[in-house]
Design a protein around this ligand. Sequence first.
Ligand SMILES: Nc1ncnc2c1ncn2[C@@H]1O[C@H](COP(=O)(O)OP(=O)(O)OP(=O)(O)O)[C@@H](O)[C@H]1O
Ligand SMILES: [Mg+2]
Length: 363
Amino acid sequence: MANEALLRLDGVSKRFAGGVLGLDDISLDIAEGEFLSLLGPSGCGKTTTLRVIAGFEAPTAGRLLIDGRDITTLGPAARPVNTVFQDYALFPHMNVAENVGFGLSLRPLDAAERRRRVADALARVGLAEKADQRVQALSGGQKQRVALARAIVCQPRLLLLDEPLSALDANLREQMQLELKRLQRDLGTTFVMVTHDQTEALSISDRIVVMNRGRIEQAASPATLYDRPATRFVASFIGAMNLLPGRMGPGEAAGATVEAGGMSLRVPLPAAPPVPPGDILVGIRPEDVQLGSEAGAAGAVPGIVEGTSFHGRSLRVHLRLAGGADLIADVSRSALPSAVVQGERLFVSIRAGAACALLPADR
Ligand SMILES: Nc1ncnc2c1ncn2[C@@H]1O[C@H](COP(=O)(O)OP(=O)(O)OP(=O)(O)O)[C@@H](O)[C@H]1O
Ligand SMILES: [Mg+2]
């Protein structure tokens, strides 16, 4: 079959001894060459998903298929999958090259081929010069690179990475994100990375799977998750989002006009999945909220400033609308007519063309 998934998770559940349901009916297709991130709060099942894919954990229901072939009962070594563990799991008594070569120790390769592959993997992660160094003498970022080299030296079809950058400080982390993305493109290998850092997931991934309580909330591109979250959980987990209770009239399913927070809003995009008319939630990004000192803008409603916080280029303004709803606005400091002070009355409107999200009130 054309376009067959590299890996398919088909109704996978994992119930641990003791009764905890770690994964609850996960179905997901992962395409060849994709950079996929698993994103979600602590305990949502990210690591369990990786362990089930790697074969360290057997699902209690469902199947895993690679190229359409059922691998559910195959052991880890028989799967074309390698894992980079969060704590790197390097061998302290081996040097860099030995650590990397360890991944190949079970492969029937001659010594020259083994050396060539180790050198290639080290070069790809920028550690060609460090082959003979002891791993204890390396920095955190260098250890991370050794762990990556040890995984890619096996030329897996699928590379699993569990919070690979979480031990690194912010600057190094951003640099390593770029390197990881570049490495993935160069190799063309499918990467599945666990992170609980939404910024990291948004900047690095082709597609993000947002998980919550062992289930998939939404699997989509970063832009789709940001502009068209499918659930309330995704809307509030990815970036800052105002969620205003509102109403949508019948016959308004696509390109709807909705009432929320006393405002009549034109929602440009049809929601996916579609939201039935009636009580709804409208998601509005803080950067799409405009503030004015007069009721100039069409449809502007009054609001009282409850407080402000400094966010560099922008100021975050917390408002209470006349109807009682709370709203946050991120406004460019250079665009502000004057200092915004607590207790001030301002007029609130939504930027024309803003991608407001429509969500069912109960999801
Ligand atoms: N071996 C185990 N035995 C029993 N329960 C487990 C086991 N491993 C994980 N769990 C439970 O399964 C759920 C999912 O755990 P998992 O480690 O996959 O979460 P996670 O998303 O990786 O979280 P974190 O971000 O904290 O690493 C949690 O409730 C956890 O307590
Ligand atoms: Mg985990």
